[in-house]
Design a protein around this ligand. Structure first.
Ligand code: AP5
Length: 182
């Protein structure tokens, strides 16, 4: 978990390669649905372009089948999911059904100022349609209102770890690797 631009995707990809586990990013899945012009992508695009969350029902339909691809003895990293309390509750049910435990929730903490620098830099390089100033503000607001409540939820369950996301990519990764051995 973490605000937009906190480094979830960067770190999740590295962790998945390092530990040979599945990386499940709902943002990447949605962008692939849009690129392949599937109906789900068409329904999601407007929400993403505005910086709003895609409705829970669409996200859950999309992730349900992907969770079923995780081998019984395999690990997985969720990136950008769950993002609402309803998604977290549904995830618990899905994982219980698959006998897969949720071992840890990691929160990558980065200030708004640093997020804006990173995402406007990415906009210049990659031109992601939701990296404009106005949409970045909206994504931050949506994160505060809809996703931040999950921090308390996972903290209460003793699953939450926080990492300082403003350090260089390598240092954040080292901190994440260290968590695994705790
Ligand atoms: P999603 O793709 O998940 O976007 P996001 O959460 O806004 O996150 P980003 O991809 O922008 O950032 P990140 O935290 O992954 O950071 P990254 O590693 O890329 O979602 C997009 C949209 O899809 C949402 O707005 C929503 O509409 C929809 N959606 C997705 N999941 C959903 C769900 N579950 N429910 C409902 N809707 C959903 O890094 C960002 C930049 O910073 C990069 O340029 C990177 O190189 C750089 N960087 C990373 N780490 C560092 C570092 N340590 N130091 C310096 N630069 C760094």
């Amino acid at each position: 978990m973490g605000p937009p631009g906190s480094g979830k995707g960067t770190q999740a990809k590295r962790l998945a390669e390092r530990y040979r586990v599945m990386h499940l990013s709902t943002g990447d899945m949605l962008r692939a649905e849009i690129a392949s012009r599937h109906a789900l992508g068409r329904s999601a695009q407007g929400y993403m372009d505005r910086g709003d969350l895609v409705p829970d029902g669409l996200i859950l339909d999309m992730i349900r089948s992907r969770l079923q691809e995780i081998p019984e003895d395999g690990g997985f990293i969720l990136d950008g999911f769950p993002r609402t309390v309803a998604q977290a509750e549904e995830l618990d049910g899905l994982l219980n059904g698959l006998h897969l435990p949720l071992e840890r929730a990691v929160l990558i903490e980065v200030s708004d100022a640093q997020i804006k620098i990173r995402l406007s830099g990415r906009a210049r390089l990659e031109g992601r349609s939701d990296d404009t100033d106005e949409v970045i503000d909206r994504r931050l607001d949506v994160y505060r209102r809809q996703t931040e409540p999950l921090i308390a939820l996972y903290e209460k369950r003793g699953l939450l770890s926080r990492v300082k996301g403003e350090a260089p990519v390598e240092s954040v990764f080292a901190e994440l690797e260290h968590l695994r051995t705790e």
